[in-house]
Design a protein. Structure first.
Length: 413
């Protein structure tokens, strides 16, 4: 009998294998840019109690660039295991179309199961907190023009990151690393659950494990979103917490950063609320965000910073024009925020905010190909240091204004 059972199993295997599928896909989004940073605040020192970066007065002269804007090549597939259960995988890699060179599995890459109960995946993937911004971002959710210049970052040169653990300083002694403060994350060492849509509601939850735990720190990330969509109306809320990622240490003087072997802990939070309405060829969106950074540290120096919070908002528009044209625009503002110090003394954040305006036009040549012309401007307050997103910043000095003119082509396959 056991031989008959084995034979039946072997006979069924090819039938299951025939229900698998693999796809090659990708996006090439490459542009020509003219960029500059000007009007930086004159060089000077920070007064005691002022959070921020000392002004340098350094501007960036106009330069031309070719940028690849999240271009990617991927492989994904699935196999039906049972009537309501499938296994799936994805390997997605960035493609440096602009200068050559790529790294396999550098983007969303995971393996998982999908069923009537939803899906679960393990690997490296955009957090739900990050993903939700795509619901209203009008600029293809990438490049120097998108909402990531203000949303998901506190400024201070912090941009989108791909990582799976807290970063350290160049010498490995402290947690002074800009990546730790980012809330625009493609997070490794993660498990994600995506629910099915029930009554127009869907939920995503992600946990990036404490693989980097030591006797002194226990770093992990929890991220989640809940979304409601009913016809023309969309509403979403996302929350993310970072334990022992020491995001504040990317914002304070390096001498104040927690040492790898020191007794310290941190907890950073992000909250995001998004709404969108569509009417005919018009889509209007709004996104509000609050970021909070806090840490405790044994033996902290008098006057050292232990907290910072700030809010930001962005308004977005996508307007169809004729059969093939689309106007795309956004306007955003990040507030100066507020800070605290361990000893309770006065803390000043004046001038740390910024404003962003991006506007442009795209023309759809085919179902897969767009041409576009964009303009963007990220204007800092007197001490702010926000810059272009998507790892395309100019190293903007405090108080400077980054300006970019963009002409590009986007093709998906």
């Amino acid at each position: 009998m056991k031989y008959l059972t084995l034979a039946a199993s072997l006979a069924a295997a090819p039938a299951l294998a025939q229900e698998s599928a693999t796809q090659i896909y990708g996006t090439f989004n490459v542009d020509f840019e003219s960029v500059q940073a000007r009007d930086a605040t004159a060089a000077g020192t920070l007064a005691p109690g002022f959070l921020g970066i000392a002004p340098t007065g350094v501007n960036v002269p106009t330069r031309n660039r070719v940028t690849q804007n999240s271009s990617n090549l991927g492989f994904r597939g699935s196999e039906k295991i049972g009537p309501t259960l499938s296994a799936f995988f994805q390997v997605e890699s960035g493609v440096a179309v602009d200068a050559g060179g790529s790294s396999i599995a550098s983007r969303n890459t995971a393996i998982g199961l999908n069923g009537a109960w939803g899906s679960i995946r393990m690997g490296q993937w955009d957090t739900p907190y990050k993903t939700m911004s795509g619901a209203v971002d009008p600029m293809y959710f990438t490049g120097i023009t998108y909402t990531g210049a203000l949303i998901g970052t506190p400024g201070f040169g912090v941009g989108p990151v791909t990582t799976g653990a807290p970063g350290t300083s160049g010498d490995g002694r402290s947690f002074a690393n800009a990546a730790n403060a980012s809330f625009e994350r493609r997070q490794g060492n993660s498990v994600q659950y995506w629910s099915p849509t029930v009554a127009n509601l869907s939920v995503r939850v992600a946990y990036s494990v404490n693989e980097a735990r030591t006797a002194l720190v226990n770093p992990d990330i929890v991220s989640g979103s809940i979304e409601y969509e009913n016809g023309a109306f969309y509403l979403g809320y996302a929350y993310e917490s970072h334990d022992d990622y020491f995001g504040l240490d990317a914002l304070v003087p390096s001498a104040q950063a927690a040492t790898v072997n020191g007794a310290a802990s941190s907890r950073d939070h992000g909250e995001k609320l998004i709404a969108r309405v569509k009417a005919g060829g018009t889509q209007v969106g709004v996104m509000g965000e609050r970021l909070r950074y806090a840490k405790s540290q044994d033996g902290a120096a008098p006057g050292a910073f232990n907290g910072y919070r700030r809010s930001a908002i962005a308004l977005t528009l996508v307007q169809k024009v004729g059969a093939a044209g689309t106007i795309r625009a956004l306007a955003g503002k990040a507030q100066d925020g507020s800070c605290t110090r361990f000893d309770g003394s006065a803390c000043n954040t004046s001038g740390l905010g910024a404003r962003q305006v991006s506007v442009g036009y795209s023309n759809t040549l085919s179902r897969r190909t767009d041409l576009y012309l964009f303009y963007t401007r990220v204007a800092n307050n007197s001490r702010g240091s926000y810059q272009f997103a998507n790892a395309a910043g100019l190293g903007a000095a405090p108080g400077s204004t980054s300006i970019g003119y963009v002409m590009g082509i986007r093709h998906t396959f």
